[in-house]
Design a protein around this ligand. Structure first.
Ligand SMILES: *[C@@H]1O[C@H](CO)[C@@H](O)[C@H](O)[C@H]1NC(C)=O
Length: 393
């Protein structure tokens, strides 16, 4: 009986919670003084306008893009906001005040210039974030590995910035991530294997970077993936068969403008864009020169579209030519040496042999060498040579 009552109470509480989540808009004013101060600091460090965030009004009730629940800030959306003139002059990634908003679940600053690095603390302090949208914010520098601490994250958009360096493997910790885009940056190095741990991921977009590696086989762990866009990178090697057979939800694959080589595996029912690669028997690929020189620049052999005469990197080709020539020369010497020796011996005999004049040599046992020697001995060249050098024993 007690059990039943407590279960009913729990259900009632849950229902209440749900209602408060769903009820929009918020009617409670901001309750925390700490959060109010943090918002005001945030407002001035970014130079937001009074028009959007009037200083005297309540943030939860009046400010544009502020989302509250029970008088606590849970969302900030400054997407496309304009700055005051002063704020525009001194624009930085100045969001330190956010560290005080510990209940923040969503931060959208897309199309708002934050020219600086993503601060390291962000991953440690905003553990409740579900949505982090920094699309087109002029962010520079590396992606801090601490973002891998944002375990509640379901949307991470860092696309269209100036991010460089590599994708931190810690991104693979984000078990709830459903949407990941880091497209249109300057990322290099490889796609970390750990990306394959993102079993909830529905969309992955790493297009238009400088990622140059093989496709990690671990990507076959992306079991919820519907869209995989890796267009316009420097990815190479064969397309692993397993990836397509394991990803049964896949609807769209865009691997175009890379340097994948080899045969195209069966890619199920998904739509696949594979143009401008180095793939075998597939339409609209790069030229042989482009592919061969790309692979040569990486010190790797290219399969020459599966035709005979796969290209090796040039330096190794030169080395092998030299070795081959040396071997051939040694073999030729070994073959010629006994022949010369034999000729010399015959020449010695010929001096005392009366048969030389009529050109018959009948005491050489080996028929092949015999004929050869006969030919030489009867020819005038040999006679003259013998006479010129007066070579006889
Ligand atoms: C932020 O606001 C823009 C419109 O100004 C909207 O398109 C976008 O979806 C909002 N972001 C979030 C996370 O709600």
């Amino acid at each position: 009986m007690d059990h039943l009552r407590s279960t009913a109470a729990l259900l009632f509480l849950l229902a209440l919670q749900f209602q408060s989540v769903l009820s929009q808009p918020e009617t409670k004013p901001l309750s925390s003084h700490v959060e109010r101060l943090a918002l005001i600091r945030f407002r001035s460090s970014l130079g937001l306008r009074s028009k959007d965030w009037p200083i005297k009004a309540d943030p939860c009730l009046i400010w544009r893009g502020i989302d509250c629940r029970d008088g606590t800030v849970v969302g900030i959306n400054i997407s496309g906001f304009k700055r005051t003139r002063l704020g525009g002059q001194n624009s930085q990634f100045a969001v330190d005040a956010l560290a005080r908003l510990t209940h923040l679940e969503s931060f959208d600053a897309s199309f708002f210039a934050l020219p600086g690095q993503i601060p390291d603390w962000l991953g440690y302090k905003l553990g409740n974030l579900h949505v982090l949208d920094l699309h087109s914010c002029s962010i520079v520098g590396a992606i801090p590995p601490s973002l891998g601490e944002l375990l509640s994250l379901s949307v991470l958009d860092l696309s269209q910035n100036l991010l460089s360096g590599s994708i931190p493997p810690s991104i693979g910790n984000l078990a709830n991530l459903q949407w990941l885009s880091i497209s249109e940056n300057m990322l290099s190095s490889s796609i970390p294997n750990q990306i394959g741990n993102l079993a909830s991921l529905v969309e992955l977009d790493l297009s238009s970077n400088h990622l140059g590696s093989l496709l990690p086989l671990e990507l076959n762990g992306l079991r919820s993936l519907r869209k995989m866009v890796l267009r316009n990178n420097e990815l190479m090697g064969a397309l692993p068969v397993d990836i397509f057979s394991a990803l049964t939800q896949l609807e769209l694959v865009d691997f175009s403008q890379n340097y994948f080589e080899g045969k195209v595996p069966y890619y199920g029912h998904s739509r696949a864009s594979l143009g401008a690669n180095c793939l075998q028997q597939f339409g609209k690929q790069r030229t042989l020169v482009e592919c061969a020189s790309f692979y040569a620049s990486k010190g790797l052999p290219f399969d020459n579209f599966g035709n005979p005469g796969a290209t090796d990197p040039p330096r190794r080709t030169r080395k092998w030519t030299i070795i081959l020539a040396a071997v051939l020369a040694v073999v030729a010497l070994l073959l010629l040496f006994p022949l010369l020796l034999l000729l010399l011996l015959c020449a010695c005999r010929c001096g005392s042999s009366p048969q030389l004049e009529d050109g018959r040599v009948d005491h050489i046992p080996d028929p092949i060498y015999g004929h050869l020697v006969e030919y030489f001995l009867t020819s005038r060249v040999w006679d003259e040579h013998l006479r010129a050098t007066s070579f006889c024993c």
